[in-house]
Design a protein around this ligand. Sequence first.
Ligand code: GLY
Ligand code: MN
Ligand code: MN
Length: 431
Amino acid sequence: MSIFAKRRHEVMQLMGDGVAIIPTAGESLRNGDVHFPFRAASDFYYLTHFPEPEAVAVLIPGREHGEFILFCRERDPEKEIWDGRRAGLEGACEQYGADDAFPFSDIDEILPGLLENRDKVFYCMGANPGFDNRLMTWVNEVRSKARTGISAPAEILDLGHILHEMRLVKHSEEKALTRKACKVSAKAHVRAMQECRPGMNEYEIESIFLHEFRRAGSESAAYPSIVAGGENACILHYTENNAELHDGDLLLIDAGCEMDGYAADISRTFPVNGTFSGEQRALYEVVLNAQQAAIDCLKPGVSWNAPHDAAVRVLTEGLVEHGLLKGAVDDLIEEGKYRRFYMHRTGHWLGMDVHDVGDYKVDSKWRELESGMILTVEPGLYVSAGEEDIDERWWNIGIRIEDDVAITSRGCDVLSSDAPKQADDIEQVMR
Ligand code: GLY
Ligand code: MN
Ligand code: MN
């Protein structure tokens, strides 16, 4: 709990005379009385570690009766028999360090009072439209008391400016959770390589990931797993995962689990039958070299865009070498011709959200990497069938190699290195 208290303290130091309001996620109805699995909002969980729905954290620096207030569900023995245990108001204070706790059902009565005579409200507008409206109702309620001498907040500021910069630079315990998520996910990738056979279905391979994730205590996959054989690998966010795997095809898997809120995001590509064909290996080596060139750039002070530029150069050179692009490499890069086969970027921030928060540019310039940031490095090449000017032997080759990398004081640390990626190593594992 001291970690979360420290984070709240850090936010409050940057808030001045403001109030921060941080709701958790809403519950979403699947059908009837069945909900989709609940996951706390990342900002809320980052500051509270409180896992239940129907909860709102309020931070009020300098408040005499306590700076951290939690609205949450009250204990209810009958409901708890049906829906599970609740921390209740007492648990909110004793287990989660709240200075004060109030019933979530009373929030409309209590929250306006907490906004009185405060200059600013810090809040992430737009993430939860229903809650945005409630906040405006509370602010208006305070405004309506102006004649009694009570002042209402004059500004609503984006809490994300403060909080997301904090979330971008990870502390050691966050890196440890990401490493754990990577280790569990990498183990599943190895098992997928070992168990894959022609004639199996994509969903059978997906089940290996679900099994490895849950048996290691992961709450769930960090995003819908992509298990894409043959031509499906050329659909970047393919998630149907219900086609047969054919001898001679590649299998692209992009799957990672979440560990206490922290995501792994790993992609590996391997031959369904255990042996790369000549064309598959040729393009695989291009992607692998592009990924290594990007990883070689990673250290503090380097521009966010440097690994992408490095990967694009190696990919474009490879495409020219193998005759998929024609012309001078510099011109092909300048004109973006490589985008026909490489249409996404080389990475993104990784953390509690798989595409994590944090700005990529500061003052309109790509930001510099800092120790503690975690990002993915995930170049790929995708040659769909029907590319008429491309020899058919290259068709239906979709390759992505994705690792999760933490920036350290001296360079970087590849957290997902347990998943093999050298072509020979993959063939060895598959044998
Ligand atoms: N799994 C989503 C991504 O790689 O960005
Ligand atoms: Mn991915
Ligand atoms: Mn990714």
